[in-house]
Design a protein around this ligand. Structure first.
Ligand code: SAH
Length: 215
């Protein structure tokens, strides 16, 4: 499952250039039996298995440099771009990313290791691995020297500009009779900026009024 999508694109190039690195631990390697079982039924009854505290404790203890431990879980605060920036800017940005399976993990692991829970949205995935990839992709791409185009490339984006991005266009200037808005071809930077701002405001007001209230 790793690096999976993290091996491609700008994040993959940053991996090859050593801007970030990762280790994967297979939790099954820490199973206490020969079957590799890491889960058991819930105390109190109910459908679904829970990942065992004793197994996960051994996994976490085996990691020399843990940094902050994050457990991906629908119960955590939802990751947003402001948090992404903070994770990327942390002085020692080493993280242990704990990916759940089944119904999740034994609560005592969360308590024992003072783990931060983090959600990537209000829906249920079957495992935390995709959430971990969302985390790494979004955090790595705002790190220095990852994107070409300098700091601007990550600043001129939805959420970074206090709203959603304006419509984007590239060549050809006419496609199936559809023209690129005149102003973008004018070369008049002041007008272009005003047009983009106005488009961004309109789209944000229509689609995500909550972002405007947050300002
Ligand atoms: N029983 C849990 C859901 C378990 S889903 C609940 O009701 O809250 C199995 C695993 O997928 C979780 O342990 C978690 O690591 C991951 N996961 C599922 N949805 C997620 C989300 N929205 N954000 C982050 N991780 C998620």
């Amino acid at each position: 499952m790793f690096p999976s999508t993290l091996g491609g694109g700008v994040v993959g190039r940053a991996l090859n250039r050593g801007i970030w690195s990762y280790d994967v631990i297979n939790i099954r390697d820490f199973a206490h039996d020969n079957y590799g079982s890491v889960d058991d039924e819930q105390f109190g009854g109910g459908a679904g298995q829970v990942m065992r505290a004793d197994v996960l404790g051994d996994v976490l203890d085996s990691i020399k440099k843990r940094g902050k431990i994050i457990y991906f879980s629908p119960r955590g605060p939802t990751l947003n771009q402001k948090m992404v920036r903070e994770f990327a800017a942390a002085p020692d940005s080493t993280y242990t990313l704990l990916c759940g399976r089944y119904e999740g993990i034994d609560q005592r692991i969360i308590d024992e290791y003072d783990i931060m829970e983090l959600s990537i949205g209000d829906y249920i995935l079957s495992g935390g691995e995709i959430a971990a990839q969302v985390f790494v992709d979004s955090v790595v791409r705002v790190m220095d020297n990852v994107l070409g185009g300098g700091a601007d490339a990550t600043l001129n984006e939805s959420f970074e500009i206090g709203g959603l991005e304006w419509p984007l266009y590239t060549r050809p200037s006419v496609w199936r009779g559809r023209k690129v808005p005149e102003v973008l071809l004018s070369g008049h930077h002041g007008n272009i900026e005003r047009w983009r701002k106005q488009q961004s405001d309109e789209i944000t007001k229509e689609r995500r009024p909550d972002l405007i209230k947050e300002k």
